[in-house]
Design a protein around this ligand. Structure first.
Ligand code: NAD
Length: 297
């Protein structure tokens, strides 16, 4: 199929990247993807995309390159070096990095890409796997206004609330704040769940009425069934939230912002991971509260 839409390369077809790239395919974009797992490449091909054998093959003809990998080291690995994006993309291409990484990595990437004539925006997202599938993500962008404007039609296929927050790295700073709020919110919900269960009230009913008042939240709406069913299949892995708590703690220290509650929750996330729960969904913070409360987990 050939049309006037920009050709997309997608690097990183994980929990988020797979459904997001499929939303572009449904909207008529041509998507060529590369990722480390063969089953995810097969999934892209089954959805109508093209599976590439390497990053170079994926990005060579692309007008827009979207990356969605775990963290800063992976963004650097796919971007730099002879086999990386910057060496193999065409000049004038727009690189949209949607991974959640340190703001400084985004700033450095934009500077290095500019030398190759490649434009970059950082565009991390919030909304989780469900938000990715439903194309209702919040997308927080850092970079130049003109590049934001160029990216907007593509981003509108992936999300609902799309905001330019400032220069390169600003999207990541806002995402770090997002992760602080989400972790603290999950922790509060988890503590409420253990308290309510130990008190013997109907948890399902309690969470419904709580969610209708000031205590209600997207976290409670999205994670209620995880709490009720002790279903901790990810979703968003504790390993990734541990990474994000490191980013926000470090970034806040750099600007002299105190995060006392965030620091405690960062320790609880780290402890959960150290106990072997890093691969579980972040709603598994419930397990940490249960352990602290003397329950068998
Ligand atoms: P994931 O681990 O499911 O997927 C990451 C993908 O990156 C994998 O498919 C892997 O093959 C690919 N990858 C890693 N290194 C690569 C390389 N060198 N070359 C090519 N591909 C490579 O992670 P995810 O949950 O999809 O998260 C991706 C990013 O989005 C992370 O930064 C995360 O913090 C962020 N995020 C995740 C969620 C969520 O709910 N899962 C929500 C918002 C933001």
């Amino acid at each position: 199929m050939s049309n006037n839409l920009p050709k997309i390369a997608w690097i990183g077809l994980g929990i988020m990247g797979s459904p997001m790239s499929e939303n572009l395919l449904k909207a008529g974009y041509e998507v060529t993807g590369f990722t480390l797992e063969q089953d995810k490449l097969d999934r892209l091909a089954a959805a109508g995309g093209t599976a590439a054998g390497s990053i170079a093959d994926a990005v060579r003809d692309a007008d827009v390159i979207i990356t969605m990998v775990p963290a800063s080291p992976q963004v650097e690995a796919i971007s730099y070096g002879p086999a990386g994006i910057l060496e193999n993309a065409k000049a004038g291409a727009l690189l949209i990095d949607m991974s959640s990484i340190t703001p400084q990595t985004s700033v450095d990437l934009a500077r290095n890409a500019k030398e190759k004539g490649i434009r970059v925006i950082d565009a991390p997202v919030s909304g989780g796997e469900a938000g990715a599938i439903e194309a209702v993500l919040s997308i927080m962008v850092g970079g130049e206004q003109a590049d934001f404007d160029a990216a907007l039609p593509v981003l509108e296929t992936l999300g609902k609330t799309i905001v330019l927050c400032g220069p390169h790295g600003s999207g990541q700073t806002v995402k770090a704040a997002n992760q602080l709020i989400v972790a603290v919110n999950i922790q509060a919900c988890a503590e409420a769940v253990v308290f309510l269960e130990k008190s013997g009230v109907d948890l399902n009913a309690a969470l419904d009425v709580l969610n209708g008042g000031l205590a209600g939240s997207t976290v409670l709406t999205r994670k209620k069934d995880n709490f009720l069913n002790r279903d901790f299949k990810p979703g968003f892995r504790i390993d990734l939230h541990h990474k994000d708590m490191g980013i926000v703690t470090d970034a806040a220290r750099n600007v002299g912002a105190a995060l006392p509650v965030g620091a405690v929750v960062a320790q609880l996330v780290a402890s959960l991971r150290a106990q072997g729960d890093g691969g579980l969904d972040h709603s598994a913070l419930l397990r940490a509260v249960e352990r602290l409360s003397g329950s068998q987990v």
